[in-house]
Structures are given as structure tokens and as C-alpha cells.
Design a protein around this ligand. Structure first.
Ligand SMILES: C[S@@+](CC[C@H](N)C(=O)[O-])C[C@H]1O[C@@H](n2cnc3c(N)ncnc32)[C@H](O)[C@@H]1O
Length: 397
């Protein structure tokens, strides 16, 4: 690693940003490592930030107050306050004093002293303090290293009734069941590896956020998400009310009953029989996790509607594709995830094209769509037997 602490100026979205020169922080294999910077900034995470700015513009906000609780260089707070007209105040907080100093400089660089306030505190302390001092926070943004779990309770408490939380998780191996013990420990959930790891990661994360909110007599509604191999980001609305929390838990929480032998799966509200109804093997119950919809029709449509204001973003094409995919995925019924390639391999047949399987399931009268952010996963309310029959029918053609 080269240790020089030279600051450089970059432009992201509509803001100018002083950041440490990433090219000077290389691992022995030559890869630049954002986590080694004195203050974290990953240029490659611009998709997550562009997505967040876009979603914030589509939310029902007015003169909104935003907390960027783990801010690094301050980039998210600066972008929210300069690119989203309905946001009038942002707190940019980081526990690290070097980050705080850089946030102060970046606020001045962008002339945003009137709108952005730098804070140097533990994120949880800031959230409880804002709540105690009566500040009504419309949107809390949680973008930590690894797991957001340690911050979700305070965020659920601090956000105003009907406000929003955006969380990022980068501990995908834990969330997806690839590392079951750390995932179970962090998210209070039984996890096993499945063939639909990204979808599981998202559902485990939302399920955890729902249970934490419910402890505080709050309910959540997931609105939209972005997922890749290295991060999951979810936006959800939080509402106060014990009765709403109870009905959310009984309607939207459950398990994925999963047979690793034949690939049978279905969502289930309870843990029932342990034998696979198809092949007789022992099934696993993955969960508790979120078994309801992950996207909100209105928000996805509104996000598509505001896209044209953001053509300056470098990720505009990816965002447009993501929203088109989510619009197709919106469903009133939970869609059970299947990986077409993995299931075909279990059935010992060549994999048909994913969109052909989706078409076949729709012809059977089911809801079916590709799962966004993945190439071979679909979601459907058809039964396992219908999915198998579509795959077999298509490969025999
Ligand atoms: C992944 S970085 C944030 C990146 C930033 N949001 C962005 O988009 O560039 C996580 C940041 O959280 C800060 N941090 C870690 N633990 C914290 C805590 N308990 N409270 C506040 N900040 C914390 C770190 O100093 C680091 O700057």
C-alpha cells in the first residue's frame, strides 16, 4: 500500500468531492481498496448512490430532513441536498474524526452550509438524540461496512411516522446463507445455502428489519431495492401502530420451505412437516424471512417518471433497466424464487431460456417475472410442479 494521504477532487452526480486518492491504496494484487482509505469512498458504489437519489426524488417528501448516518466523505448527504428538490436539510454523520473533517470541507466546497450539517458521533447515538430533541426525520440512510443490523433499531425509532429508511448490506455471504452461522447470528434466522442466494439475502434483510420494527410497535412496507453480488440496498416505509405491526407479522413473515435434493420450495407461514412432498427428503425451513412483495407499484412507476431529470447520472441506463425489471416484478402475491439453470441441472435437462420459462408460466395463468439483479432467477406464484413441467416441456422442444 502507498501511504500518501493526498486529497483529490472528483465529481459525482451534481457534487464536487474531496476524497483520498484511491489509486494510492492498492493491495499486493494491484486492486484498489476503498476500505484502506483514511476516509472511505468507493467510486464503484455510485450505482447505489444514484439509485438512492432517484428513489428519494420519487418519495412523497416535502421540505424533508434526511440523516446520512454513516456518511464517510459526506457524499450521500451532499447529493440528497443538492439533487433532490424536496429535501431541505441533511445531517452528515460519521464516527471518525477524519471523516468529519472531510465532510466539513466538502460541505464548504459545495456551498451547502445552509442545508448540510456535519456531525461526529456514533450513528446510534445521533439517531436517539434526534428523536429525543424532537427532530422529525423523513429519511434515514444507513450505509455501513458489512451488516446494517446494529443500526436498524435506532433508525426505526428515529424515523418519523410514515418516514423512510434506506439500508445497505454488503455482508452478502452471511445474508444469503453461504455462511449460515454468521447470517443466523446477525439476523436471528435459520439459514442454509440455496440456489437463489441474492433473493434470499434480500428477504432475510427485509424480514429482520420488519421484526425489529415490530418490537417497537411499528410496521414496514418495502418499496424498492437494488441488488448485486456485493451489496443489497432496500428502501422501506415505517409506520407506527401495534395492530399494523401484528398484521404485518402474520401476513408477510414466514419461511422458505426448501428441498436441496429435488429443488422443491414454497413459502410457508409456519414450520410444518419436515419431509419433502415431492421426493421424501428432509426439507429445510429458511427464515423467519419476508415472504411478501418487495416492490411498491406506485413508487416504481414514480421513479420511472422522474428518471428523465437524472440523465446526467453515469448509471442512468442501469437504473432504467432496473426499474423496468421491477415494474414487471410488482405483484400482489408473493413470488417464490427459482433459479432456472440450477433447477434444470437437478432435473438433469438442459436449461431453457429464462424468458421462455416466464412465458410458459404466464400461459398457465400465473404471475411470473425475472428477479431483478440476477440473470437466471425468476419469481412465480405457480407451484413447483408447474415450474418443473415448463422446464421439461421447453427442453423437449
Ligand atoms: C461504508 S462507509 C460509508 C460510505 C458512504 N456512505 C458512501 O456512500 O460513500 C461506512 C462509514 O461508517 C463509519 N462508521 C463506522 N461505524 C460507525 C458508527 N458506529 N457510527 C457512525 N459512523 C460509523 C465509518 O467511519 C465509515 O466512514
Amino acid at each position: 500500500m502507498c501511504g500518501s494521504s493526498t486529497l483529490i477532487e472528483v465529481v459525482e452526480g451534481r457534487v464536487r468531492l474531496l476524497t483520498y486518492d484511491l489509486s494510492r491504496y492498492r493491495r499486493p494484487d494491484g486492486v484498489c481498496e476503498p476500505a484502506w482509505l483514511p476516509v472511505f469512498y468507493n467510486p464503484a458504489a455510485v450505482l447505489s448512490r444514484d439509485f438512492s437519489v432517484l428513489v428519494a426524488s420519487a418519495l412523497n417528501l416535502k421540505e424533508a430532513v434526511v440523516l446520512d448516518a454513516l456518511s464517510g466523505t459526506g457524499v450521500r448527504a451532499l447529493r440528497y441536498c443538492s439533487e433532490v428538490g424536496s429535501i431541505s436539510k441533511c445531517f452528515a454523520n460519521d464516527i471518525d474524526s477524519r471523516a468529519y473533517e472531510l465532510i466539513v470541507r466538502n460541505i464548504a466546497l459545495n456551498n451547502l452550509q445552509e442545508k448540510v450539517e456535519a456531525v461526529n458521533e456514533d450513528a446510534n447515538v445521533v439517531m436517539y438524540k434526534l428523536k429525543k430533541s424532537g427532530v422529525r426525520v423523513d429519511l434515514v440512510d444507513i450505509d455501513p461496512y458489512g451488516s446494517p443490523a446494529p443500526f436498524i433499531r435506532a433508525a426505526s425509532w428515529a424515523v418519523k411516522n410514515g418516514g423512510y429508511i434506506g439500508i445497505t448490506a454488503t455482508d452478502m455471504a452471511s445474508l444469503s446463507g453461504a455462511r449460515p452461522s454468521s447470517g443466523s447470528r446477525r439476523y436471528w434466522c435459520n439459514l442454509v445455502p440455496t440456489d437463489v442466494s441474492k433473493t434470499m439475502a434480500l428477504r432475510v434483510l427485509v424480514g429482520y428489519a420488519a421484526r425489529v420494527a415490530a418490537e417497537l410497535d411499528r410496521s414496514i412496507e418495502p418499496l424498492t431495492y437494488s441488488i448485486s453480488s456485493y451489496f443489497a440496498r432496500v428502501f422501506y416505509r415505517v409506520r407506527k401502530g401495534a395492530r399494523r405491526a401484528d398484521s404485518m407479522l402474520s401476513k408477510s413473515m414466514g419461511y422458505l420451505k426448501y428441498c436441496s435434493v429435488c429443488g422443491f420450495r414454497e413459502f410457508s407461514h409456519q414450520i410444518e412437516e419436515v419431509k419433502c412432498s415431492v421426493c421424501g427428503s428432509r426439507v429445510s425451513y429458511v427464515g423467519p424471512l419476508w415472504i411478501d412483495g418487495l416492490t411498491d407499484r406506485e413508487l416504481v412507476e414514480k421513479s420511472k417518471g422522474v428518471l428523465e431529470a437524472f440523465t446526467y447520472m453515469s448509471t442512468i441506463n442501469q437504473l432504467a433497466k432496473m426499474l423496468a425489471c421491477q415494474a414487471a416484478e410488482v405483484s400482489d402475491k408473493p413470488l417464490v424464487p427459482y433459479d432456472v439453470v440450477q433447477l434444470s441441472s437437478k432435473l438433469k435437462v438442459n436449461s431453457p431460456r429464462v424468458e421462455k420459462v416466464v412465458e410458459c408460466l404466464k400461459l398457465l395463468g400465473c404471475r411470473a417475472a425475472r428477479h431483478c439483479g440476477t440473470t437466471t432467477t425468476i419469481g412465480t406464484d405457480c407451484s413447483y410442479r408447474d415450474v418443473v413441467s415448463c422446464i421439461k416441456q421447453l427442453t423437449s422442444k
